[in-house]
Design a protein around this ligand. Structure first.
Ligand code: SF4
Length: 553
């Protein structure tokens, strides 16, 4: 078997492309979200198809939505059997020439390797494989032969990389140019050798208005499975902030993130209209996945104005919409506008501790007063949202590198201290709080400084390269700081979190239910047991706990 990819695409009458979204190691199948990044790439390619020398046919495969056995290395044989049979039946109907895999995050790394190797060894060594996404953009070397984990080759005959091309950064322009070059046999010599995966620097699109209006047709294959899902769509790219917990904020590696761009408001509204009017697309809600929802005030106001006009003339928008917002940008007026349009802001509070907010570089200042105002503003917004009956989805991260007993105490006090006529903020308010345990995601600054600067310890430092049974559990095994062990952090956080959850169940806060206390308790014991033994049957528990996003682990 030879993975050498000759210039086989020239003189084709039709080029068949498969876009593939891989899956994670373990039972987790994604946060109920459908991403549309690959649609942008496909839509752009189709916009430019006049410049290509042949017709294009495309399909989309989302392995999270396929009926496949569990993907884990303890269970690989049945998985490979299921995957081979699924891909073979796709290939029989649609003998594809090229597969574009979106290795969106480090969670999908091993599955991306498995899928690519399987295509080259079982389907056809002539299929070209292109990979892109955050993980390949930050760690392109991990897709070359010498850096692919050796255990992968226990299952596949060939030792060379199965990847022909890797696109770093944004994909639309570079993918289109790659296809054109392949069809015209214009690739520079050496770009496409048999041993190495060619790394292509993604060209950043300067105006998002150059992207065509979104077309969802490729998703139609999963029409039935989309029911009840959340559709993610991007209207903007790039972020002006540099939070240390954020992968895209690794600005030196991902320069496109520094380039903040937005689609025109008219195009955004038009795409919302397309979602509403695509009859077969029955989703549950929409999430505008921009790093921050129109951080520029004038654009945000213009969105409200035009969306109001749209709903006044065409009726109430049928879907709830989620957006990311920030404590320092969001205003009281925004909360009222959000309520009017059934938009739910998701806000990363992250911590009630000034020292932790500083570690995270959540606000670009050293002025403690500004941090105090930030924390106070969260309290005021919680109270206001209760008064006006609007919902805010708050994120709080526990077990973070640099966490100390004081940090946990600050969180406890913020929610549970009895400072409102003998009652706490949590007793007197409905608070939708997504308490997440820190995950050691590579590519974020906090991961890089955890051990050397913050005195922590990541027990499974290269978890995404290891054949563990469940990546989402092992990557949380982190000792936060010199003074705090993983197990103490878990216990201290559990103690205040269970009281908090109890208050929210009593308050009948949306998204909480009485089983949450039980689930939290079970999670705490299983998590502690796992840490003590460094192995545990965690898998059976995980899907249940993830039913509710705001319960850790
Ligand atoms: S605001 Fe959000 S997207 Fe921007 S750097 Fe911070 S976490 Fe990342």
């Amino acid at each position: 078997m030879n993975y050498k990819t000759e210039q086989i695409l020239q003189n084709k009458e039709r080029l068949r492309i498969v876009y593939l979204f891989p899956q994670e190691v373990g039972p987790f199948k994604g946060h109920n979200a459908i991403y549309t990044y690959f649609l942008r790439i496909s839509n752009y390619l189709n916009l430019k198809k006049e410049e290509l020398s042949c017709e294009i046919d495309e399909i989309y495969i989302d392995l999270r939505l396929e009926e496949l056995p569990l993907f884990s290395f303890q269970n690989l044989e049945p998985y490979l059997e299921g995957l081979t049979s699924m891909v073979n039946s796709v290939y029989d109907d649609f003998p594809f020439d090229l597969m574009a895999i979106s290795c969106y995050s480090s969670y999908e790394y091993l599955n991306t390797l498995v899928v690519a190797n399987l295509i080259k060894s079982q389907i056809s060594s002539e299929v070209k494989i292109v990979v892109g996404g955050y993980h390949p953009s930050i760690f392109p070397e991990e897709f070359q032969s010498d850096k692919i984990p050796r255990f992968i080759y226990k299952y596949f005959p060939e030792k060379n990389t199965p990847f022909d091309f890797l696109i770093k950064g944004e994909g639309e322009i570079t993918f289109f140019k790659l296809i054109r070059q392949l069809l015209n046999n214009e690739l520079k010599e050496g770009t496409n050798s048999c041993k190495a995966c060619a790394i292509l620097e993604g060209e950043t699109i300067s105006s998002l208005n150059d992207l065509p209006l979104i077309d969802f047709n490729l998703l139609k294959r999963y029409k039935e499975k989309l029911k009840g899902k959340r559709l993610n769509i991007d209207f903007g790219r790039g972020c002006m902030f540099r939070c240390k917990i954020c992968i895209p904020a690794t600005g030196s590696v991902l320069p496109f993130h520094k380039n903040v761009r937005f689609r025109s408001i008219d195009k955004c509204i038009e795409e919302l209209r397309i979602i509403r009017d695509t009859e077969w697309l029955e989703i549950n809600s929409i999430f505008i996945s921009d790093p921050v929802f129109f951080p520029k005030r004038s654009l945000r106001n213009m969105f409200y104005q035009k969306f109001r006009k749209f709903t006044e003339s065409e009726g109430k928008y049928p879907y709830a919409i989620g957006v990311y917002d920030r404590v320092d940008i969001c205003t009281q007026k925004d909360l009222l506008e959000y309520k009017e349009f059934n938009i739910m802001p998701n806000i990363g509070f992250e911590s009630s501790s000034i020292s932790m907010l500083k570690i995270l570089n959540k606000i670009k200042t050293k002025n403690e007063e500004i941090f105090r105002r930030y924390i106070k503003k969260v309290e005021e917004f919680i109270i206001l949202s209760n008064k006006i009956d609007s919902k805010i989805w708050w994120f709080l991260i526990i077990g973070l590198p640099g966490e100390t007993r004081e940090v946990i105490e600050d969180n406890r006090k913020f929610f549970l201290e009895k400072r409102f006529s003998g009652k706490s903020l949590s007793e007197t308010n409905k608070i939708i709080l997504d308490i997440r345990y820190y995950k050691a995601i590579p590519g974020c600054t906090i991961y890089d400084i955890c051990e050397d600067q913050l005195g922590g310890k990541i027990y499974y430092k290269k978890w995404w390269r290891m054949p563990l049974e469940n990546h989402r559990v092992y990557n949380k095994m982190v000792k936060p700081s010199k003074e705090l062990d993983f197990i103490d952090s878990l216990r201290l956080n559990y103690e205040w979190a269970k009281t908090f959850v109890k208050h929210q169940v009593d308050n009948k806060t949306p998204f909480y239910d009485k089983d949450d206390i039980k689930i939290l308790r079970e999670g705490y014991f299983k998590f502690s047991h796992m840490y003590k033994n460094m192995n545990a049957d965690y898998d059976s528990f995980i899907p249940e706990s993830w039913k509710q996003g705001f319960i850790f682990p």
